[in-house]
Design a protein. Sequence first.
Lengths: 322, 175, 393, 158
Amino acid sequence: MEPYGFLVYLLVFPGLGFLVTFALFGEWFDRKLTARMQSRMGPPWFQPWADFVKLLSKEDITPEGVPRRLYASVPLFAFAAVASAFLYVPVVFPTSPFAFQGDLVLVLYLLSLPPILTFLLGWTSGNLFARVGAIRAVSQLFVYEVPFFIAAFGPAIATGSWSISDIASAQRSGLWFLFLQPLGFGVGLIGLQAKLERTPFDIPGAETEIVGGPITELTGRKLAIFHLAMDMALVTGAALLVALFLGGPTVPGVNEGLAAGALGFLVFLAKVLFVVFLLTALKTALGRLRIDQLVRWGWTVLTPLALVQLAVALVMAAGGIP
Amino acid sequence: MARVQGGERVTVGPPPAEELAVRLRGVEGVSDVVVQSSRRLSARLNPAHVRAVLLRLRDAEGCWHLSAISGVDTRASIEVVYHVSWRDGVVLSLKAAVPRDEPRIDSVVDVMPAANLYERQAHDLLGVVFVGHPDLRRILLNEDWPADEYPLRKDWKPDPKKRYGGPATGGDARG
Amino acid sequence: MAEVEIPIGPQHPALKEPVNFRVFVDGERVVRLDLDVSYNHRGIEKAAEARDFPRALYLIERICGICSHAHATNFVKGIETIMGVNVPRRARYLRVIVGELERIHSHLLWLGVAAHEIGFNTLFMYTWRDREIVQDILEAISGNRVNYGVNTLGGVRRDLTDGLRARILEDVRTLEARSRYYLDVLTQEETFLVRTRRVGFLSRERAEALGAVGPTSRASGIPFDIRRVDPYEAYEELPVEVITASTCDVLGRTVVRAREISESLRIIREAVENLPGGPISVPAPRAAPKGEVVSRYEAPRGELIHYIRTNGTDKVDRLDARTPTLANWPSVVDAMVGHYLADIPVVVSAIDPCLSCTSRITVCDLGDRTKSVLTWDDLRDHGIRFYRERRGV
Amino acid sequence: MFERLVRWARRKSPWILHFNSGACNACDIEFVATLTPRFDVERFGILAKGTPRHADILLVTGPVTRKQADRLRRIYDQMPEPKYVVATGACGATGGIFRGLYHVVDGVDKVIPVDVWIAGCPPRPDEIIDGIVTCIQLMDEDARRGGREWRASREVSA
């Protein structure tokens, strides 16, 4: 791709510009859906934008005794990690221009950075609630990262390649991995819900127990960027699941030309919103688990399920079934 | 109403107010028992016998619940009123009068743990000292309330000069 | 991890009211709990002595916003007993109706807050949406959503028109369907069960010893309900079925309250259907003869006692209001040790604390260097031993 | 242009911290009722936040009791600028029914500067929403005229 097109791709379309817009749209979609499920009206469409700009304009307080630069940079790291992860997920064409063998592992690693940064944020902010929240965030991290990775490896083994784009294009024929590996999709969904610390896994940020959790002390710009980073993680995670299990932006039959691109993009949007819908339904219907229950449930239910799915995938791959 | 005399604790079916009154009159330290209504009784209590009477009520008479302890300042003395209730709704109010200038009375917290908080309330607002109470500290009033002042006493008036705690800045902090 | 002291409150999203817990945890497990509640002590008892009865009633009704009718009725009932005023039957029925409506709105409110504590916000939204039905009825009767001011010395100030009675009966039908639905949700929703079963355990002996009252004690199997045991107002003619559970935990308290909602609905329907005729109030004298009374009422949270002394004037000589939450605090502190930090909001909200009522108690220390009264049972000793080993005190 | 955008954003997303300074909790349950389906303040972008760091408006209920006074002050100091205070009900204004009692400080403005008072005992949920909307308009007016100074002059002249 000539450098000019490269910049456009990076900064505007499937890159930063689109991601921020789609992330804020995703947050509105999630909040509006939650409200409607609770027989409430819910916020107007521009609400996330207003929240973001307002937070940017607020006074920026750093509690004393906290390393100023480190504290201000953690939200930026989270933002950067998620933004770069999004580049490898195919959005318009089944193969993203940055694809390379092993980008699945890179994306998985980048997506697991925000929870670690949440811990760092909580621990350094000196606030007692934030510290307890940070510990909970880390203990929760170990529980769902492993099953989430295993669930993501299922499709990779089935297609014999470590690149998300190959996995997505392998499902071009309409035979999505959702049907071949439903268990993997389920575990991936729950793992994503836990990664984003949403009810029933919002233990670190449990408002009624430890106030704000790790982000209790965040204010102004830092909170705005961190909040945006978490929204982008929601959209990126959903896009990853779409690429792995729902065939990404591929439309069976339509292969080449502009039509495929446009249609592929619309299909991609629909699938991502469907995944976000599933996550919101999960959030609205359930209460919050306790940390020890989550850990026990994670190891006794989530991980075995993922392993079973992996075994099935291996057997099928060995047997030559796509 | 089978009543079983005996040492060990038996939840005796509590007799109606009149019959309870008859048996109360026999108790040492309790005087002028008055039956106010079918389920209300009141009696005067000698402060020295507080623990003995309550122990007997709990064990022999089957009273199961210390509902409340009210401190009353009757200018002549300070009355500590123990409200004890039975399972069938009868409530006995035992009034123990202690001198105003030196209000001391035995604590009944180990007889009935529920008394722990009620005694602390009487202590805080009226200054009654409950001897033997494990944790007799100020309950209601804030940290920098003057130690020797008890608001519920009839003769207490807020002294404008003294600071009773409140806004750190004091005065009207108009913006 | 070393012992961490976590202050929860006095400003905290879980608590609608100021209470301050100093919780000593080791990791996630609670080892010791100090609680300091007197943040809304306003000195109402001293003020009541300076006001004549009608103005004192106005003040006493504002001891607590959720159980304002309970305080008002209890006070008025006590003064009427001293004065020997005989309140007409219709007024007693009306007081029972408003009292039960208040119990329903208080229980629904609590159900929502308890669900919110464990992050189950959908149930919080649903229960509070249905609570608006009860608020509309109360507003239709008394003109105000909270602090209804229905009572006066000698009877009631508002009457039920036939149109209002029909509307109440219809609303009772919808609420009955909703309360059955909530009972199902509470007993089947997995995440709710997981967070409430065997949490905040309080055995029957402990509940009796610590003087727990209301749903908290009934959930531990103690069949004690003032409306049944010491009936007042119109409860002689409207028998109440005492609802108990034997699970002694937060789930038990939830189920008891949920079923009490349907019981209250039944009482309201019965009271509205055969509401007797006659006047709704009788004139009462200005001053009360010298005397004293222990007036008891079954408030939504438990047994409420007003000990009133009068001295022949038109003012109260002494008013001591012992509120149900004050009696329940020791049992919550007792049920907390050994549990998880995450359980604190759930267990505390399980007794449905009304802090405006309880602005009377403060630090109730479970066990540290000074030996505390609550230490004489094994659970407590374990807590202290555990505490001493950690801190090597 | 950026100035107008910031003003629009602040108008559209006021986050509220509720602080009970010793009230009879009638105002508190009416405030919580505003979050529920019938009144649902999330339509206006209002969220109830748990920590002072995230809040724009501090909604104080109750006549500040002596014990809560310095805690109220501390919470107010922790909030980032621009911050506003709404005192709820008769108690918030002058201590209301509890005025003059020995453990009460008679009103929120004895402790922290108050911007909007809401009348009522307790104010209905829609009155509380009206109070918050008034506070938002005041916030907007302040932003347009650069800070609170103009208010002092207005009070003198009004």
